[in-house]
Ligand binder design. Structure first.
Ligand code: AGP
Length: 590
């Protein structure tokens, strides 16, 4: 996934583009570049490195322009390097392009263009686009741009400028997000809302196969296939820029963990949407949760929650679903797709494949207007606000809250839950934010534990039933941000092999709610302790203490200390948890 930005207006474009890129860096940060038009020539400034390393240099600050595009990269084709950094230029230096996505047929296109004499400077798929425009240019930038799009296969969000027509930026979208920030005598282009928020709250969200001509006073959107003009609703961004800033925290990840109480409160506000979709869900015989990574663990919690009410369902990883499980899908199936970004390629593709087979699609999403919401019959928004850190934390808590509500209201629709218990659970959920705040108030104890264990190079996380996904999420978090190997197992599995890993000092994190399986967990903990493992229990009266709550809500509460623990493991190891190596915030490639 990469970040694209563009500006056209009367202000100093390079400064605005650099600020926009800094707000998009969570989308990718191995190289960065800007391209501006000045005195009828194109100036491209790019290099390997994060935005501040590349852009905060004296010679970059000499560039003055009123129109430009920019890009911060997460490498897919071609290693991180200056030549592979975007934007990319054609042979004549007339057309410049920044792109997010994958051009699947770039090899064929590149071979054809080389046969026609074009010279390439990079190993990227993207570079075929400016050369295509150059090849097809016959006096109209828009026509050459649109005809080029017609030749592309794969996914793209594109911004392009030309020294031949310096009064416009051309944009296009297919399967990668792109928005226009509407200003007064100026307009902004970006992959995501945080980049435009310091300048405007009014945005247009492009849909697939939209392309646009953006000048400083006008935005015209058209259909790539027909060329006909189209209109898109203007959205008002509901949160202010401070929510997309660190606000005094050292890292976005820590700030977003401390927003987890609010994530529960905000997700609880969609109770009516939940009740509405529960009425639609009840008629489906088979329910599949879909997701990747952390989102898939939220779906797995959903599976266990429904089983508490004897409602069968299955969690299938999106990357597996589309190549196998989808063959069993028909109009009797309901898909519950879970995704923070709503842009994850595997989840999008699985949902589209299930939709084509007649399934009902419900998505649980954080980013309003994202691609997944456009292919869903219904959407439950978690309203967690922008999640900038690559490691998902508050969004996971928001997803769990929405999925817990959905489970109890579906149980109610199917007559599987007694009225009083439903009200008790809702009341208990309203008390969760304060219980999470209690956990957060003991951050220093978790920080201390992380410092003690910071040199460990393996962790086991174990849990049962609802808290097996808690173990999975805890293990993933610590892998993602501290690069320490961690495995999660259903606790009952320990003696079937993994226990061989245990020896003196190996840390075992045991998630142990006060429920009917507590004795079983205690046995597993004893098995580990008898191998001199270092046991870290999570629960009431445990090493990592959690307040009393209904075991059904324990996944929401118990993940909070594990998110904090992973964060402090990373910082104890001198790492930046906001920019973990090799990762991007949303995986928009397969
Ligand atoms: C979570 O910390 C990871 N960054 C990753 O597993 C993520 O949850 C996964 O890629 C799914 O992303 P989504 O929720 O935006 O679909």
């Amino acid at each position: 996934m990469c970040g694209i930005a563009g500006y056209i207006g009367d202000k100093n474009t390079p400064e605005i583009l650099v600020e926009m890129l800094k707000r998009l860096e969570y989308r990718g940060y191995d190289s960065a570049g800007i391209a501006c038009i000045s005195d009828n020539s194109v100036i491209v400034y790019k290099d390997r490195g994060v935005v501040s390393e590349v852009m905060d240099k004296p010679d970059r600050k000499q560039i003055h322009s009123k129109v430009g595009i920019a890009h911060t990269r997460w490498a897919t084709h071609g290693e991180p390097s200056k030549s592979n950094a975007h934007p990319h230029v054609d042979c004549t230096g007339s057309f410049v392009v920044a792109h997010n996505g994958i051009i699947e047929n770039y090899r064929d296109l590149k071979a054809e263009l080389i046969d026609k004499g074009h010279r390439f400077e990079s190993d990227t798929d993207t570079e075929v686009i400016p050369h295509l425009i150059e090849e097809l240019y016959a006096g109209s930038f828009e026509e050459a741009f649109r005809n080029s799009l017609d030749k592309l296969r794969g996914s793209f969000a594109i911004a392009a400028i030309s020294k031949n027509e310096p009064d416009r930026i051309l944009i296009a979208r297919k399967d990668s997000p792109l928005i226009v920030g509407l200003g007064d005598g100026e307009n902004f282009i970006a992959s995501d809302a945080p980049a435009v928020l310091p300048y405007t709250k009014k945005i247009l969200i492009l849909d697939d196969f939209d392309y646009g001509i953006v000048s400083k006073d006008q935005v015209i959107l058209k259909d790539i296939q027909t060329g006909n003009e189209i209109t898109r609703d203007i959205h008002e961004i509901q949160w202010d820029i401070t929510r997309a800033e660190k606000e005094g925290y050292p890292h976005f990840m820590l700030k977003e963990i401390f927003e987890e109480p609010t994530a529960v409160e905000d997700a609880m506000k969609t109770l009516h949407d939940v009740e509405y979709v529960a009425k639609k869900l009840k008629k489906y015989q088979r329910i599949y949760f879909l997701g990747c990574g952390t989102a898939s663990y939220a779906g797995l919690v959903g599976k266990y929650l429904l089983e508490r009410f004897s409602i069968p369902s299955e969690l299938v990883l999106s990357s597996e679903f589309r190549y196998s499980t989808v063959n069993t899908v028909d109009e009797n199936c309901a898909i519950i797709a879970v995704s923070q970004s709503g842009e994850t390629s595997d989840t999008l593709a699985s949902v589209k494949a299930a939709r084509n087979r007649g399934a009902y699609i419900l998505s649980i999403v954080n980013v309003v207007g994202s691609s997944l919401t456009r292919v869903s019959d219904n959407v439950i928004y978690t309203h967690s606000g922008p999640e900038i850190a690559v490691a998902s934390t508050k969004a996971y808590v928001g997803q769990l809250t929405s999925i817990t509500l959905l489970s109890i209201y579906l149980a109610k629709e199917l007559g599987r839950i007694q009225g009083d218990y439903l009200n008790e659970i809702i009341d208990d959920m309203h008390s969760l934010p304060d219980k999470i705040r209690q956990i957060l108030s003991r951050e220093d104890k978790i920080k201390e534990l992380a410092e003690i264990l910071s040199e460990k190079n393996i962790f086991l996380y174990i849990g049962r039933r609802l808290n097996y996904p808690t173990a999975l999420e805890g293990a993933l978090k610590i892998k993602e941000v501290s690069y320490v190997h961690a495995e999660a197992y259903p606790a009952g599995e320990l003696k079937h092999g993994p226990i061989a890993l245990l020896e003196a000092g190996v840390p075992v994190v045991a998630i142990n709610p006060n429920d009917d399986l507590m004795e079983k967990m205690d046995s597993n903990i004893q098995e580990a302790r008898s191998r001199n493992a270092t046991i870290i229990t999570v629960g009431e009266n445990c090493k990592i203490e959690t307040p009393v709550t209904d075991p059904m809500l324990s996944p929401i509460l118990y993940i909070v200390p594990l998110h904090l623990f992973a964060y402090h493991m990373a910082t104890s190891r001198g790492l930046n948890p906001d920019k973990p190596r090799n990762l991007a915030k949303s995986v928009t490639v397969e």
